[in-house]
Design a protein around this ligand. Structure first.
Ligand SMILES: [Zn+2]
Length: 181
C-alpha cells in the first residue's frame, strides 16, 4: 500500500509524461536559430497542420518532416513553427520543444506552447489517440513546470484570423479543460 502511494506521488511530480520523440529520434532538422522562452508559460494554443493526416509512426514521421521543411524552406523560419506535433497514431514529435519561442501564433509565441495535430480537422476530429496524446502532453508540461497550472487553453483562431484548428476539432477543443475563447 505504501509503495502504491509512493508511486502515485512520484507520478504527480514527474513521471506521468507521454513518450516524446526528440528531433534526433524522428530525424528532424536542428534549428538554425533559437530564442529561449521563459517558463512556465500561461497559454497553450491548439492547431491543425491543415495537411495530410497520418495513422502510423512512419507516415506521421513523414508528415512531421514535410511540415518542418515547409516552415524552414518556404517560410524561411529557424525550425518547424510548433512546439510539438502529434500524429493520428498518438506519436508526439518534438518541434521547438518546451523552452524555445515558437512561430505559430502572433503575440502568443513567447508565452505559449503550440501543439499541432497532423491533418485537416474541418470536417472530422483527430483520432482519440491523438487527442489523448495532446491532453497528456499538456498535463506533462504542467507537472514539469513548463506550463502554469492556471494555464488558459485556446484554439489558434481565438488569437488570430484563421480557421485553425478546423471547425470540427475546434468544437471539441472547446470542451477540453481550461479552454477560454
Ligand atoms: Zn494554427
Amino acid at each position: 500500500m505504501l509503495r502504491f502511494f509512493t508511486l502515485l506521488a512520484l507520478c504527480s511530480i514527474a513521471q506521468c509524461c507521454p513518450t516524446i520523440l526528440t528531433k534526433s529520434q524522428w530525424g528532424g532538422r536542428s534549428p538554425t536559430c533559437r530564442t529561449a522562452m521563459s517558463v512556465p508559460v500561461p497559454y497553450v494554443i491548439i492547431h491543425h497542420t491543415e495537411g495530410t493526416a497520418c495513422s502510423s509512426k512512419s507516415t506521421c514521421t513523414t508528415q512531421a518532416k514535410n511540415v518542418q521543411s515547409y516552415h524552414m524552406n518556404s517560410n524561411g523560419w529557424c525550425d518547424v513553427g510548433y512546439s510539438f506535433l502529434i500524429g493520428g497514431d498518438g506519436s508526439i514529435f518534438e518541434g521547438r520543444g518546451w523552452t524555445s519561442v515558437g512561430a505559430h501564433a502572433p503575440n502568443y509565441n513567447s508565452k505559449s506552447i503550440g501543439i499541432s495535430l497532423i491533418g485537416s480537422f474541418t470536417k472530422s476530429n483527430p483520432t482519440t489517440a491523438a487527442q489523448n496524446a495532446a491532453k497528456s502532453l499538456i498535463s506533462c508540461g504542467v507537472s514539469k513546470g513548463y506550463i502554469k497550472s492556471t494555464y488558459i487553453l485556446k484554439g489558434h483562431r481565438n488569437v488570430t484570423a484563421t480557421d485553425c484548428p478546423g471547425n470540427t476539432f475546434y468544437n471539441t477543443v472547446k470542451t477540453w479543460p481550461r479552454f477560454q475563447a
